[in-house]
Design a protein around this ligand. Structure first.
Ligand code: AMP
Ligand code: MG
Length: 419
């Protein structure tokens, strides 16, 4: 089993360790090993899956020189020799090549995508030709080689088409189809078990007694994991109870690559939560210098990677995007990508105290001058999920920042592209 550092000491296994966001992420990423098993999959089923093996082109794409226009195919030699009026010798349609031969001064009527006859090297678009019976007169300005798409101009034999680790997009599917490949190898999806902890939580469909609330974290987690492309095991709500928690964690650890829980990791929770994690696995309790999402638990339970996210609904989403998602991407075998950050102009003052990295929620839009502007998405409390639901980006405020004045530049991270 992998060692984590810094470690909680044996004498005091529940002591939370203070960390900045970058170091926490680096420690997590350092111990995530990509899944290496794969399955065969039909091309249409592969959208959004991670490619297991690099695909090299077995063929040239396009396979033959073909016309980029509807027009007339000639040999430029004739044009350069002064022939401007050609004699029509036949037709070439897409899928139906012209198979005859040509003599000097002859041309072939050709359609877009049709094979350029071997005797030709140039296509003159029909708008630049005057046709009179079998005579085709061409306007000035013909250039040798124009309007021809060359065999192999998209892909040569042996070219890398799509690299292993790529999460397949619609363009990838089209490109792979152009090679004639109907099947490919994709990685097994990460198996992720998750549950919510808390005596106050009720699942949907059950009435609420005083002091109880509906479990919303399981739904945001479900949404984020589904979008990511995980093989999901939803284990429901687990009470703040030692035995129930132990049983749930043990079961999850035998079924999943990753276990995600929410709630029960903040200071003030019953110590047994931490006690059980320490008993079952090797787990770090971190106090991350961030807002929202300060407490985070990370490590292993059995062979499964464990993330104990905070209970507050916004903290769940922020810690998922900042820590869990990059780890899952690495587990799925995707290359590590730095988050896409954009500079935007703050429309209003943004309040912030130094000391913690804040992920405030914002609404970005294109401003009048074409620059990107960002405003707040309302109350920023870590329990106020509406601040996420009305937002389309995070506003990133580093540890040292002590507020942003309206009109200043600030870094944002768009939600689009997160998953
Ligand atoms: P905890 O980390 O367990 O102390 O929870 C922090 C706050 O988040 C409390 O107000 C909890 O009621 C709330 N909370 C915890 N889990 C959930 C959940 N699954 N859905 C909604 N709210 C939750
Ligand atoms: Mg709780």
């Amino acid at each position: 089993m992998t060692e984590f550092s810094p470690q909680p000491s044996c004498q005091d296994p529940v002591e939370a360790i203070k960390l900045d966001v970058q170091s926490a992420r680096a420690q997590i990423m350092a111990v995530i090993t990509p899944i290496n098993s794969w399955r065969s999959c039909a091309l249409k089923e592969a959208l959004g899956e991670v490619l297991h093996e690099t695909i090299y082109s077995p063929v040239q794409v396009p396979p033959h020189h073909n016309s980029a226009m509807d027009g007339y195919a000639i040999h430029s030699r004739d044009w350069l020799a002064g022939i401007h009026s050609f004699q029509l010798a036949g037709h070439a349609y897409a899928g139906q090549p012209f198979s005859g031969s040509l003599t000097a001064g002859q041309c072939v009527r050709i359609m877009t995508g049709a094979v350029v006859p071997v005797a030709c090297d140039t296509v003159v678009m029909q708008e630049r030709c005057e046709v009179n019976g079998l005579s085709v007169k061409m306007h000035e300005g013909v250039r040798a080689g124009q309007n021809v798409r060359y065999a192999g101009e998209d892909l040569q034999i042996g070219d890398v088409v799509v690299e292993q680790g790529r999460r397949l997009t619609p363009a990838d599917l089209g490109l792979i189809a152009s090679l004639g490949m109907a099947e490919l190898r994709v990685r097994r999806r990460p198996r992720i078990a998750f549950f919510s902890t808390g005596d106050e939580l009720k699942s949907l469909g059950q009435p609420l007694a005083p002091g109880q609330i509906y479990d919303s974290n399981r739904y945001t987690l479900f949404g984020m994991l589904q979008r990511f492309g995980a093989d999901i095991r939803d284990m429901g709500v687990v009470a703040d109870d030692k035995d129930a928690l132990r049983a749930a964690l043990l079961q999850a650890s035998t079924e999943a690559d990753v276990i995600i829980t929410s709630g029960g990791v903040s200071v003030g929770d019953a110590d047994y939560v931490k006690e059980i994690l320490t008993e079952l696995g090797q787990v770090n309790f971190w106090k991350i210098a961030m807002k929202p999402g300060r407490p985070l638990t990370f490590g292993h339970v059995g062979d499964a990677v464990f993330f104990g996210l905070p209970g507050n609904p916004v903290s769940v989403m922020v810690t998922f995007y900042q820590f869990v998602l990059p780890a899952l991407q690495q587990l799925a075998g995707e290359p590590i990508q730095e988050p896409l950050l954009i500079k935007a102009i703050a429309v209003n003052d943004i309040r912030k105290r130094p000391g913690r990295f804040e992920f405030q929620r914002g609404v970005m839009r294109t401003g009048a001058a074409g620059s990107i502007e960002v405003s707040h998405s309302g109350d920023q409390g870590s329990g106020i999920l509406r601040s996420m639901n009305t937002a389309n980006c995070f506003i990133l405020l580093d540890d040292y920042c002590d507020g942003i004045a309206a009109g200043s530049e600030v870094l944002i991270q768009p939600f689009t592209g997160l998953i």
